[in-house]
Design a protein around this ligand. Structure first.
Ligand code: 13P
Ligand code: SF4
Length: 315
């Protein structure tokens, strides 16, 4: 039996040669496990990954992330093969917004502009006027004429944060991210008392009480840039713990502490079980077999492309 480190290196080498052979590109989100991030051609937040997908010249896009991200890549590249290591890699936000229920809400407010967070299904995007990510949401909301009413879905926490930032009243869908809702304010404040020089940084999917004590709020890439450019040396990081891999690589001399979850767990952090369904082995198998592949029912793809393109133009 091979040692795990050797096994990992061999798999990574096999993935790298398959990538070349098949003209494939691996796009990975920051929440993926380190072994996957190491073989990725590009690591980024949702907006950066959508942009990379839009400009890709590869024949195959391997999306090391969750289903809605791979779907977005396919919508932007209808003629390319887009594969996802584990089709079960979903998202609590996307699941919280079923198309039939959303259609009913939309029908009640026909004059509202519909803005959806990218963490939703293609069916929901197809019913939207604009899509946004956590890094451009404020800009997207501000681009809507002041006299227009807005429906924002599915993340109520990001929605509340945007209401506060933009001063726009919005009708919010009642969805949330289980990973960002898992943070404990009490434990976070206790950690801060132990590290009084620390800066608290948080993702806007976090609950309002966590955002209230944060020194910086931003997307995963925003948080990474903040940690790199800040004069401070200790950070308590309130987002999925996978980001710490890339952050620590960028600033090895800084102390990065994951924000603790309400439930006691081994990592004293919050991890996305959906993101972690992807493994290096599954990534290899999916590239080898070129499956499972993202596919769509007729019509949805064309409709969902419109609000995504509007977002990319505005970003
Ligand atoms: P960003 O990487 O765009 O900040 O999104 C975070 C997230 O929860 C992705 O699922
Ligand atoms: Fe969805 Fe939250 Fe996981 Fe991101 S971290 S994929 S928003 S459940």
């Amino acid at each position: 039996m091979l040692a795990p480190a050797l096994e990992r290196t061999i798999l990574q080498q096999k993935i790298n040669s398959l990538k070349k052979e098949k003209n494939a590109v691996i796009l990975a989100h920051y929440y993926q496990e380190p072994a996957i991030q190491e073989v990725a051609d590009f690591i980024g937040d949702s907006l950066e990954l959508s942009k990379k997908a839009a400009e890709s010249t590869a024949d195959i896009i391997v999306f090391a992330g969750v289903h809605f991200m791979a779907e977005t890549a396919k919508i932007l590249n209808p003629s390319k093969k887009v594969i996802l290591p584990d089709m079960q890699a979903g998202c609590s936000l996307a699941e919280s917004c079923p198309p039939e229920a959303f259609k009913k809400l939309k029908a009640q407010y026909p004059d509202h502009v519909v803005v959806t967070y990218i963490n939703c299904s293609a069916e929901i995007k197809a019913m939207s006027d604009l899509v946004c990510t956590s890094s451009n949401a404020e800009k997207i909301i501000n681009s809507i004429p002041a006299e227009k009413q807005i429906i924002f879905a599915p993340d109520k926490n990001l929605g509340k944060y945007l209401i506060q930032k933009t001063g726009r009243q919005m009708l919010l869908w009642d969805g949330s991210c289980i990973v960002h809702e898992a943070f404990s304010l009490d434990k976070l404040l206790q950690l801060f008392r132990e590290h009084p020089k620390a800066r608290i940084i948080a993702h806007p999917e976090s609950e309002p009480q966590v955002l209230k004590v944060a020194n910086y709020i931003g997307s995963t890439s925003g948080m990474l840039d903040h940690v790199k450019n800040s004069d401070h040396n200790i950070f308590i990081v309130a987002t999925e713990a996978g980001i710490l891999h890339q952050m620590q690589k960028e600033v090895p001399w800084k102390t990065l502490i994951p924000a603790p979850a309400k439930e006691d767990n081994t990592c004293a952090c919050s991890e996305c079980a959906f993101m972690k369904l992807n493994t290096l082995q599954k990534l290899y198998t999916c590239l080898e077999k070129e499956a499972p592949e993202i596919s769509f029912s007729e019509g949805i793809m064309e409709q969902a492309l419109v609000p995504i393109q509007r977002m990319l133009q505005l970003s």
